[in-house]
Design a protein around this ligand. Structure first.
Ligand code: NAD
Length: 495
């Protein structure tokens, strides 16, 4: 059993609140650690260190910031396997998913390495005679980040690199379920040479989050997690005068038109619905099968599901690992039962899969003839359950997406360019995939959904991230007429 500490002012420090939360290996059910849960006083210590560090970091040269960011990027690349090992050990995802997560984290760090380009302001000379006007982007100060369990290495990197590149200092509150990977990355950040206090990590729960949201020295908060907590964080943070971006949950639809490549659509549905045990905010949760594509598509998905190997993510053969906790596994399984009771056809029942040991495993499930009034359709399941809703027309499928309270991602599978282009306009979601099931934008575009998937007006990372972590300062300048200068500029005189 390991004690998992905080990282405050550049040093690992043991928790002092007397409160801790268990950390499990979900593949074995074994309790492997205890993570300290910070008190308000411990949060205050991290914020004080960040505030002190901001005095210097806020005006550090771009050259220095860039050099340190490259050093951090290289350390993360060199330690990718160890970060991935920690992800698998506490989250359960298989090695390929864990390495993919690290690659996505690196993508965001690399974007931040280009900070000199991102922070270029605008300049107009001679706005009026002798008057120049220019805008620079200044950091905010101390920024907080609160992150979910499902991407413990990547989501903090949606925030920290850009915030720090812009000259802010950062206090991260990772998920208490799998805190070791983000803590290790913060140690690498320290090793890269950033001054103490530029990035601190406080582990914790609601108590730590609440203190960050009300602390007068915290100027902004970035949140990623479930919709109810996102809504709460947005309302609480903004009521304390902070800038807040809060990304919430999702229910992503994949529309399959009758002309789609069935093999591509089925492969995509399986990887996007069951990858990382469906615990992805961009996972495909609903296939909207249009017209006569439904029967062959359901059959093709079912055939592929039979080949999936479910097991310990640390085993090379595993395609899918366990769920994050026993309680979550049971909750997800409950949706298969309720869907059957409410009239859906259970094509594949993941509850029937048998596993040795006490890991939090659940087999993959496929539900057909799902309707919008069923619990499995209405709620975010966040597990390996895929629902098929049969639609007569494209318009019906698009309406499903429009009527859904979430709007993170939406995808279409078709060979028809006109239909795809129409969908990109019609889809009521922040990120759209065309023959791509999980359209997570690269680090130089920004990530964020619509409706209940995002509270606030700025999406995360990429150019929007730079905007969120800076405030503009516009400068209007006038200098005396050169002809009146005391320095001899070579102008003709009257003498
Ligand atoms: P969660 O909302 O339970 O927790 C997220 C963070 O909030 C954690 O750090 C947690 O400690 C903290 N928290 C939990 N309850 C709180 C409370 N009452 N008050 C204050 N803070 C609280 O989410 P999770 O279960 O860790 O992650 C899964 C959820 O995150 C899913 O809904 C998923 O869709 C969503 N998610 C969304 C995105 C996105 O980009 N939109 C990305 C990843 C995950």
């Amino acid at each position: 059993m390991r004690d998992i500490h905080h990282l405050i002012d550049g040093r690992l420090v043991a928790g002092a609140s007397g409160r801790a939360s268990p950390v499990f290996n979900p593949a074995t059910g074994e309790r492997t650690g205890a993570v300290s849960l910070a008190s308000a006083a411990e949060v205050d210590a991290a914020v004080a260190s960040a505030q002190a560090a901001f005095e210097e970091w806020g005006s550090a040269s771009m050259a220095r910031r860039t050099t340190l960011m490259f050093a951090f990027r290289n350390l993360v690349v060199d330690n990718a396997a160890e970060i991935a090992r920690r992800l698998t050990a506490e989250h359960g995802k298989v090695r390929a998913d864990a390495m993919g997560e690290v690659a996505r984290a690196v993508d965001n760090i690399e974007f931040a390495c280009g900070l000199a380009e991102h922070l270029k302001g605008g300049h107009n000379e001679t706005a009026s005679t002798g008057i120049d006007v220019y805008t620079v982007r200044r950091p905010l100060g101390v920024v907080a980040g609160i992150t979910p369990f499902n991407f413990p290495a990547m989501v903090p990197m949606w925030m920290v690199p850009n915030a720090v590149a812009c000259g802010n200092t950062f206090v991260l509150k990772p998920s208490e379920r799998d805190p070791s990977a983000p803590l290790f990355m913060a140690e690498l950040f320290q090793e890269a040479g950033f001054p103490p206090g530029v990035l601190s990590v406080v582990n914790g729960d609601k108590a730590a989050v609440d203190r960050l949201l009300e602390h007068p020295d915290v100027k902004a908060a970035s949140f990623v997690g479930s919709t109810p907590v996102a809504r709460y964080v947005y309302a609480t943070g903004t009521s304390h005068g902070k800038r807040v971006q809060a990304l919430g949950g999702a229910k992503n639809h994949m529309v399959v038109l009758p002309d789609a490549d069935i093999d591509l659509a089925a492969d995509s549905a399986v990887s996007a619905a069951y990858g990382s045990a469906g615990e992805r905010c961009m996972a495909i949760s609903v296939v909207a099968a249009v017209g006569d594509v439904a029967d062959p598509l359901v059959e093709a998905i079912k055939l592929r599901m039979e080949k999936l190997v479910i097991g310990d993510g640390a085993e090379a053969a595993s395609d899918m690992g366990p769920l994050i906790t026993r309680e979550h596994r049971d909750r997800v399984a409950g949706y298969v039962g309720s869907a059957a009771e409410q009239g859906a056809t259970v094509v594949v029942d993941g509850r029937e899969a048998r596993f040795d040991g006490d890991g939090f495993f659940l087999g993959v499930s496929l539900l057909d003839h799902v309707t919008v009034d069923m619990d499995a359709y209405r709620d975010e399941i966040f597990g390996p359950v895929l629902s098929v809703v049969r639609c007569d027309t494209y318009g019906e499928a698009v309406q499903l997406i429009a009527d859904n309270p979430w709007g993170n991602g939406a995808a279409i599978f078709t060979r028809d360019g006109g239909a795809a282009r129409q969908f990109q306009e019609d889809a009521d979601a922040g990120m759209v995939g065309i023959n791509v099931p999980i359209p997570v934008p690269v680090g130089y575009h920004s990530f964020g959904g619509w409706k209940d998937s995002l509270f606030g007006d700025t999406t995360m990372y990429g150019p929007e991230g730079i905007r969120f972590y800076t405030r503009p300062k516009a400068i209007t300048s006038r200098w005396p007429d050169p002809a009146t200068s005391k320095v001899n500029l070579g102008f003709p005189t009257n003498e």
